[in-house]
Design a protein around this ligand. Structure first.
Ligand code: DGJ
Length: 611
């Protein structure tokens, strides 16, 4: 049989993104099939019946393969981590989100796709607005979606589509004009003074039905055009919902609901999950007497936090029904994104009231089980805190918006390493040129090309290490450090050692403002470390021999999942401390790993013990 030539462009074996199926290019599949047929005919004319049968079986197998689409992307618990499976394999989303309306212009997007490939992204988050696909009620035009799919596929990228429907950043500005115009049919939320705001109320069946009809048509269309390729891997439903300007909707229908009973479903959830409820939510409920029935104020107390809980329930119910209906068309994983409380925000309404903040994530889980992830948009500089708050047993970490500079690179690596994150996506990925040029905090190495920006370099290494990382996430043999001058050290207990990570210090250079590391334990005395601007020593965490030394250190890269060493590291590149007595007193050798400012980079280390 003639094997397909893997080096032919456009055929099987062409370069593809991490985890992407190799048998997806239908043109090449057809050519392979053709070869198989020719082979069979040749064989028939000159060989025995027995070999014909064998060849026919092979042909049948090849034909079956051509017609089997890759499996639907899904979230799956694998060992200690919930992972996103794409093409049946754990996948890390190395993504970026475009500005809100960039995706409404396909010509503009034509220039964006190749740029993100240069920065090692495997996925792009782009908006699809209700307004753009249903300008006239009941008439859907998904040609924009088709154009986005074509652009992504041409560049071997996956897509996460953001459904901007009833709400985007709390407001209802992306609804079609026919929704905006008909306020009788699509009522607005109201403030205490009776004035309406440009926000559809969550308590309108007409709004829910109209948005659901559009959203399900959207998902049906994706199934029809993408079930063979699976370019789309997740859906974001709405964008940073919640009421701004007041802690709760004061329209007549909302006031009646607020004075009515808390739904039994929610109470049952609280009772069943009492031990694991977010502590502040549990406290509110318990302080009010842990009641099994009552109005919202009776059950949660007479504060604005109760308004936020009420709003969260109503957004969750609305969106949960949409997510469920959408999944009945095409069951992609679905997430919501959260506008986080900013330091200056005093009460709900200063930030969108009802958004899945840590306080009300449990309310969302109760009200919207069809939404798989409540995801934080981390536009705050303490990523370490926020990633911890959102990574819960029933809520894997995914970050759809955040920073894209050095801090962004640190966030991406840390999330994956410390919180088994399924991925990271900074905002404004279409405009990364803004960082190029001189040396700044955002671009400390003064990169002049997109591929040399801090995020691009970090994504490149994460892509190389993906098979190792996802295996380590499942086994729990991975950890991370996210360091700034406010948090300069981190000890990671991993395998037989504590990995002591510190911001890199040297006599010649000032202490860097930021450093990060990802450590994977692959054997009793063996680690791979991805690091940037950090220094690392190892302290034994198991009985004697009590002192840990470096046995062998090398830099290198993973190529097709295999470690390829580049350089042996020793001497000046490992000595951290000449005071040998002090180091020995801490069960350390005084030597360690140094990751400088030119990184990030990967080192492979083997340790040994002595006494
Ligand atoms: C958060 C929103 O979710 C995005 O759509 C965008 O508006 C950014 N803020 C702007 O920083």
């Amino acid at each position: 049989m003639i094997p397909p030539n893997p080096s032919q462009p456009g055929e099987v074996g062409t370069k593809n993104i991490a985890g992407k199926s190799e048998s997806r290019n239908s043109k090449s599949e057809f050519r392979i099939l053709n070869l198989e047929v020719r082979c069979l005919l040749r064989e028939i004319s000159r060989i025995s019946e027995y070999r014909v049968v064998l060849c026919a079986i092979a042909l049948l197998a090849a034909a079956t393969q051509v017609h089997s689409a890759p499996p639907l992307p899904k979230l799956e618990q694998r060992g200690q981590a919930t992972q996103l499976l794409v093409d049946g394999k754990p996948f890390i989303v190395l993504a970026g989100e475009t500005d809100n309306t960039a995706s409404s212009n396909l010509e503009y997007m034509d220039a964006v796709w190749p740029k993100v490939v240069r920065m090692n992204l495997n996925t792009v988050l782009v908006a699809v607005s209700w307004d753009w696909v249903e300008e006239t009620e009941g008439k859907f035009d998904f040609s924009l979606v088709d154009g986005l799919l074509a652009g992504a596929r041409k560049n071997n990228l996956h897509l996460i589509l953001l459904w901007f429907g009833s709400w985007k950043n709390g407001l209802s500005t992306f609804v079609p004009e026919w929704v905006k115009a008909d306020q009788q049919r699509f009522p607005r939320a109201r403030l205490k003074n009776g004035r309406p705001v440009e926000v559809l109320t969550t308590l309108s069946d007409a709004g829910l039905q109209a948005d659901t009809r559009a959203y399900t048509a959207f998902l049906r269309h994706i199934r029809e055009v993408d079930a063979e390729q699976r370019t789309v891997i997740m859906i974001q439903l709405q964008n940073e919902v919640g009421l701004i300007g007041e802690s709760r909707d004061r329209s007549a229908v909302a006031e009646a609901a607020f004075d009515g009973p808390v739904p039994a479903e929610l109470i049952t959830y609280l009772q069943k999950n009492r031990e694991t409820l977010w502590p502040d939510l549990r406290k509110l409920w318990e302080t009010a007497g842990a009641k099994a029935a009552g109005t919202w104020s009776e059950v949660f107390g007479p504060t604005t936090a109760t308004d936020e809980i009420f709003m969260a329930w109503n957004y969750a119910r609305y969106m949960g029904q949409m997510a469920k209906a959408g999944k009945s068309e095409y069951a992609l994983p679905v997430f919501t994104n959260t506008w986080l409380v900013q330091p200056q925000d005093m009460v709900p309404g200063d930030y969108p009231s009802g958004c899945p903040e840590p306080l009300v994530i449990d309310i969302w889980k109760a009200g919207a089980p069809a939404i798989d992830i409540n995801a934080p948009d981390v536009h705050l500089r303490n990523f370490n805190d926020w990633s911890e708050r959102f990574h819960r047993p029933n809520n894997p970490l995914f970050v759809p918006e955040s920073y894209s500079d050095t801090l962004g690179a640190a966030n991406a690596v840390y999330g994956v390493a410390q919180h088994a994150s399924i991925g990271y996506s900074p905002f404004g990925i279409n405009n990364m040129e803004r960082y190029l040029g001189g040396k700044t905090d955002a671009n400390p190495q003064g990169a002049t090309r997109l591929e040399d920006l801090p995020l691009a370099k970090a994504y490149g290494l994460l892509a190389q290490m993906t098979p190792l990382i996802v295996e380590a996430q499942a086994k729990g043999t991975i950890g991370g450090a996210w360091l700034t001058t406010a948090w300069p050290k981190k000890d990671i207990a991993l395998g037989n050692y504590i990995v002591n990570v510190d911001l890199q210090r040297s006599r010649r250079n000032p202490v860097p403002s930021m450093g990060y590391a990802l450590a994977i334990c692959v054997g009793p005395d063996e680690y791979y470390i991805l690091g940037h601007e950090v220094q690392i020593v190892f302290t034994p965490n198991t009985p004697a021999p009590e002192i840990a030394g470096l046995s062998r250190v090398e830099t290198g890269n993973f190529v097709n999942g295999k470690w390829v060493p580049k350089r042996r590291i020793n001497g000046d590149d490992i000595v951290l401390e000449w005071d040998q007595a002090a180091a020995a007193g801490r069960n350390q050798s005084g030597s360690g790993l140094i990751f400088g400012a030119d990184g990030p980079s990967i080192q492979h280390v083997k340790l040994y013990r002595y006494r």
